[in-house]
Ligand binder design. Sequence first.
Ligand SMILES: *Cc1c(COP(=O)(O)O)cnc(C)c1O
Length: 374
Amino acid sequence: MIPYSCQHVDEDDIAAVVEALRGDFLTGGTTVEAFENALADYLHVKHVVALNSATSALHVAYRCIGLSEGDALITTPITFAATANAALMCGATPVFCDVKYDGNMNERKLESLITPQTKAIVPVDFGGNPVEIHAIKALCDAHGLFLIEDASHALGSQINGEKVGGVADMSIFSFHAIKPITTCGEGGAIATNDTALYEKAKKLRSHGIVKKALWNSDMEELGYNYRLSDVACAMGLSQLKKLESFIAKRAQIAAFYDEIFAGHPNVFPITPPLHVKSARHLYPVLLERSLWCAKEDIFKALHVKGIGVQVHYKPTYQFSHYKALFGEQRLPNTEDFYRAELSLPCHQGMDMEEAALVAKTFLELINDAQGCRL
Ligand SMILES: *Cc1c(COP(=O)(O)O)cnc(C)c1O
């Protein structure tokens, strides 16, 4: 099976982990800070806090801005469940903003969703393609809202040569196995230029406890054990060195697909604009409307042929837990996007022959598919 995305672990990574295992500190040592500093340098931000997942990072970020019961935040339904779930963990209400054709939050629909309860806006860079972060930041500034960017797909993405992660109050990254880089399978980080938010995130990551003197410490507020180990950070340091080559490989595969699909009447790739560089966590394509009814068959046939396509994402408000809490919701472009989208395999572990096989097999199935009456 060629998966839609996949980790790439080489001998350097394994050696880094083995060395960390022989070290004095498996956790709570200096490798955590070394990884955080390397990430901060890479992203051109002041501070990075490493955590044990992006879900933990979202939860801590929302706690840092004081999100709590009675508050609302505005996010996108085209994301992994964790983006909104972390708001529920704080007792707050996620409000969903409709998306554009590219699966990113529609910044023009945001203002009408802002209420006195709104505390933050949380966009997601779908597939690695950056959102209109400067427009969203301006809106947040005008309304006194926090901006937290869920950049879990976008480590290494750029807008006009500037890395994603330095504009929002806090930016979230994931090091889950299939994300742009991994830290032994699970991991995450918060990047921020705000020193007060940074200090608070560090405290919440580790039980809300601060050292005072000698054995005396104080637990100042309720925190968590959301720490990332030195072993994981050693792997992160090793993976970060290869991130640019990973992105280059994914860009090569994406460009190859783009060329093959160009002008096709029934397959529309989501092509990032020229001033943008996408980390290409995903290679999403949209099917022409008349093929939406055939998506399930195309998906199944591709899996039978060993091509592990996936759909990103079932809109968060369609989950039964959300329906039970907030009732039925429907956002028109989100519904259409969910019906149209398929993510084709695109990752650094693939070679160009595999990419050619994916494109050929996919197009054969598309051309054979029976359209539906609209
Ligand atoms: C993967 C992902 C998360 C959660 O990441 P974990 O590190 O697995 O907790 C959150 N948001 C988005 C957009 C993701 O893709």
